[in-house]
Design a protein around this ligand. Structure first.
Ligand SMILES: C[S@@+](CC[C@H](N)C(=O)[O-])C[C@H]1O[C@@H](n2cnc3c(N)ncnc32)[C@H](O)[C@@H]1O
Length: 211
């Protein structure tokens, strides 16, 4: 793949935009079906729980939850205007019925109050964050005590095999992500999984409130 194409792809993956953004968002849903499904399977979802997907891309998590857990209150946060406008179009009935709320913004300033969500997921997004400890602290802030955060990623070695990732992706050692989560106040369980490429679901539970 020529360098320009790889650069374009990397930029689109970090922030889908323009006409090509529509294609990228659809492709993300197809390519990431397994990682998204496996991430959701780790959540102990109960009726009326509040769920947030940070960097939801094509919004496949909302489609899965709408079908399998229609009693969940879904929220999405995206930096990409294109992802936001597509989700508003694709999920207009869920939004009209107050089952889904989507907002534009960044993991570094999550526009919700403290202790708000039962479950937060973020899939294939950490490579684009500016400051991981800061992002984890924000996630912890908006998560209820006892709530679950699942960060799903392709490992550094896997990512490096994808040529486009040399343009602007941040690579992290898995141990460093786990350390940062533990330092932030999460109890961590690591799940190793595989689809056409291996991936990890790093599950963090926020400590319960002291009585
Ligand atoms: C590679 S895509 C993954 C999309 C989806 N989670 C998936 O796995 O198919 C990364 C997404 O993260 C979003 N993103 C990047 N930086 C972000 C940030 N700081 N806060 C929220 N979303 C962000 C991008 O706009 C993009 O839609």
């Amino acid at each position: 793949m020529a360098d320009l194409l790889k650069k374009t792809l990397a930029k689109q993956l970090g922030n889908p935009h323009g006409v090509l953004g529509n294609v990228i968002l659809r492709a993300l849903n197809k390519k990431n079906t397994t990682i998204i499904n496996e991430t959701i399977k780790l959540l102990d979802l109960k009726p009326d729980d509040r769920f947030l997907d940070i960097g939801f891309g094509g919004g496949l998590s909302f489609e899965i939850l709408e079908n399998e857990h229609p009693d969940i209150k879904m929220h999405g946060l995206e930096i990409s205007e294109k992802a936001l406008s597509c989700s508003k179009y694709n999920f207009k009935s869920a939004i009209a019925e107050n089952k889904l709320e989507v907002k534009q913004g960044s993991v570094h300033r999550i526009p919700y109050p403290d202790n708000f969500f039962n479950h937060i997921i973020s899939i294939n997004t950490v490579y684009f964050w500016e400051d991981v400890p800061d992002a984890f602290a924000e996630v912890r802030r908006v998560l209820k005590p006892g709530g679950t955060f699942v960060l799903s990623i392709r490992e550094k070695e896997t990512l490096k095999k994808i040529k486009a990732t040399k343009y602007g992706f941040h690579f992290y050692e898995t141990e460093d992500l786990i350390d940062a989560l533990e330092t932030t106040g999460f109890t961590v369980i690591l799940h190793k999984k595989k689809d056409y490429l291996p991936f990890l679901c790093i599950e963090g539970e926020k400590e319960q409130a002291l009585n």
